[in-house]
Design a protein around this ligand. Structure first.
Ligand code: DGL
Length: 257
């Protein structure tokens, strides 16, 4: 199936994680046409040099733009940190939305409290995150919690497995019952939310940037008069040669995780 030129919203991630943003977009705008592209052949992005993440993101965006999308949602905190500036320079006439860790939501809701930010090493070390941190460091105490290996488990369909629990337990147990909120600063992580919640304690709020990114996308489309009135459609593509990744995306989209 091919969409008409310029009809669809392209949603991009390094792999299957962006489906956690896609589901929020669909919830908010079910009448839109979506093309989801996951670059699982090159995932994870979050442990690569920033220049590689930028190149991979620009290459994926070029292919999506060539197909004439009306908006590009970078549903990957890592790709946003590495390439959003370049994307906006290269495509000044397109709506380009990038997800970033929901630190503002944490600071607004939990002033003066302790919050953790789980994200990939690239996201946590980039200037974009430093700027975000400085904006809110007076409002709350922020702990950076990198979670190397979690993206790979989600890519392998093991988000809710004993392996995920074993990987996260030593990272999160020091924070048990201590944080007001944990920001899920990588779009793969919401799929492991049940395990994360159990490890940090049930009184800690988990904050996911997906809903805010979806609302921002709708605002921008509305402002440009580009909202589509259905029927909604969804096309899922992946750079992996195996059809399995597309199947996994559909499974994650249907899951309640
Ligand atoms: N899902 C991506 C994010 O939001 C990163 C996953 C990866 O490391 O490839 O940061």
């Amino acid at each position: 199936m091919m969409f008409e030129k310029s009809d669809y919203i392209a949603v991009f991630d390094s792999g299957v994680g962006g489906v956690s943003v896609l589901r929020e977009l669909i919830k908010l705008m079910p009448q839109e046409k979506y093309l989801y592209f996951g670059d699982s052949a090159n995932a994870p992005y979050g442990t690569r040099p920033t220049s590689e993440v930028r190149d991979l993101t620009l290459a994926a965006a070029e292919k999506l733009m060539a197909r004439g999308c009306k908006a590009l949602v970078v549903a990957c905190n890592t790709a946003t940190a590495a390439a959003i500036k370049d994307l906006r320079e290269i495509y000044p006439d397109k709506i380009i939305i990038g997800i970033e860790p929901a630190l503002k939501v944490a600071a607004d809701h939990f002033p003066g409290r302790e919050v953790g930010v789980m994200a990939t090493p690239v996201t946590l070390r980039e200037e974009k995150f430093d700027i975000l941190l400085h904006r809110f460091s007076d409002s709350c105490t922020v702990y950076k919690i990198p979670a190397p290996g979690l993206v790979e488990l989600v890519e392998h369909g093991k988000a809710e497995s004993a392996e995920t629990e074993a990987l996260l337990a030593p990272l999160l147990s020091p924070y048990k019952d201590r944080l007001s909120a944990v920001v899920l600063g990588c779009t793969h992580y919401p799929f492991a939310a049940r395990i994360i919640q159990q490890l940090v304690g049930r009184n800690t709020a988990l904050l996911d940037g997906g809903p805010g990114t979806a609302r921002q996308t709708r605002r921008r489309l509305q402002a440009e008069g580009l909202l589509w009135n259905g029927p909604g459609e969804l096309l899922i593509e992946n750079s992996s040669s195996s059809e399995e990744m597309v199947v996994l995306c559909r499974k994650l989209l249907a899951s309640d995780a």
